[in-house]
Design a protein around this ligand. Structure first.
Ligand code: NAI
Length: 336
């Protein structure tokens, strides 16, 4: 019998239960032995526990050290800040890793995109240091620290080294935010110095210019390292370059805990209709398998996904097909 993994599974809100169920079935069919600990968070537990993030969720992640998570709805402008931000801060999941690449058969203007976004996940404007100044104004503080900036830059270079990537691009707005983004850039440059004997090239680009360059020539980029907010925005833009939010996976990685989840949110507009593309969550599961060292199973799923996309007959609507969420997942399972 192969090794059993105990993994926390958070179905989440909106399309979360549909896409996490699809990912669970695909992972199980790949032959990896998982004992899932399913814990509910988000809107559906809010009333009973008076929080979308009850303690049992935190305890489960703390114990298992690894989770696959569906998206969770965040109220806009009021209420609980964000379960996602809270989880990242609680477990110090400092690196948000989001590979953006073109898959064959997925409609996109580009053919050769393959970069990975490394987003700092614990500070910047997401630290939640904000207050109202009477009725007249509101202030949010952008916190950037040296340890977090050096740590994320190092993570980006290590990932580049391990994956054989050729370039790290630090993205910032240090021309305007001379202190906060200036510090982020200073730290990225310092870490780049430590890797100057490697073959990894380093450059920095201002975030507005980066947005244009990514649309014009996304294939030129390899590893992007960004503070939290720019990383969040460019992740969705990256998704737009390669076929939409339905295809881009992600991981939140800390020292010894990791939570895997798609870039997309709970998509309330399509929830419960079988329209959700499960691929982003399935690919987040593939990232999780690689993290666990289950490389054979990860490669197997990746190959099956490629076959199903190339074949093109069982895709969800966002990819131009007519299949529903589970038909798409079943087709991947058939091709394993
Ligand atoms: P969203 O990503 O949920 O949806 C944006 C658009 O993309 C919608 O039209 C949606 O139908 C489509 N879409 C997203 N995922 C899809 C999929 N798998 N297949 C097909 N179409 C898909 O972003 P939105 O609407 O801004 O956010 C909805 C809620 O999700 C909010 O409460 C937000 O705070 C939350 N959210 C949660 C995240 C998380 O838990 N990690 C991440 C992002 C947003």
């Amino acid at each position: 019998m192969s090794k059993e993994y105990k993994i926390t599974l958070i179905p989440g809100d909106g399309i979360g239960p549909e896409v996490t169920e699809a990912a669970r079935l695909v992972i199980e069919a790949s032959g990896v032995n998982v004992n899932w600990e399913v814990v509910e968070a988000g809107e559906k537990v809010m009333e009973e526990y008076n929080t979308p993030l009850p303690n049992y969720v935190l305890e489960s992640i703390e114990k298992n050290k690894i989770a696959l998570k569906g998206p969770i709805t965040t109220p806009v402008g009021k209420g609980f800040r964000s379960v996602n931000v809270a989880l990242r801060q609680k477990f110090n999941l400092y690196a948000n890793v989001r590979p953006v690449k073109t898959y064959p058969g997925v409609k996109s203007r580009y053919t050769d995109v393959n970069f990975v976004i490394i987003r700092e996940n614990t500070e910047d404007l997401y630290a939640g240091i904000e207050h109202k100044i009477g009725d007249y104004a509101a202030e949010s503080i952008k916190l950037i620290t040296r340890p977090a900036s050096e740590r994320i830059a190092k993570f980006a270079f290590e990932l580049a080294k391990n994956e054989g990537r050729r370039k790290v691009t630090a993205v910032h707005k240090a021309n305007i935010m001379k202190f906060s983004d200036g510090l982020f850039l200073e730290c990225a440059r310092k870490v780049a110095e430590e890797y100057k004997d490697s073959d990894i090239e380093f450059e920095d680009v201002i975030v507005d210019a980066m947005s244009m360059k990514l649309v014009q020539n996304p294939e030129r980029y390899d590893v992007l390292v960004l503070p939290n907010l720019y990383g969040d925005i460019l992740s969705d833009m990256g998704a737009g370059l390669v076929g939409g939010l339905g295809v881009v996976p992600g991981a939140n990685v800390g020292e010894n805990i990791a939570v895997f989840e798609a870039v997309h949110g709970s998509a309330p507009d399509i929830a419960g209709k079988g329209l959700a593309n499960p691929l982003a969550t399935i690919l987040s599961g593939v990232m999780m398998l690689r993290y666990l060292g289950e490389l054979e199973a990860a490669d197997k799923i990746d190959a099956a996904v490629t076959k199903v996309l190339e074949d093109g007959t069982k895709l969800t609507q966002d990819l131009g097909g007519a299949a529903n969420t589970s038909e798409f997942a079943e087709e991947i399972i058939k091709n394993l």
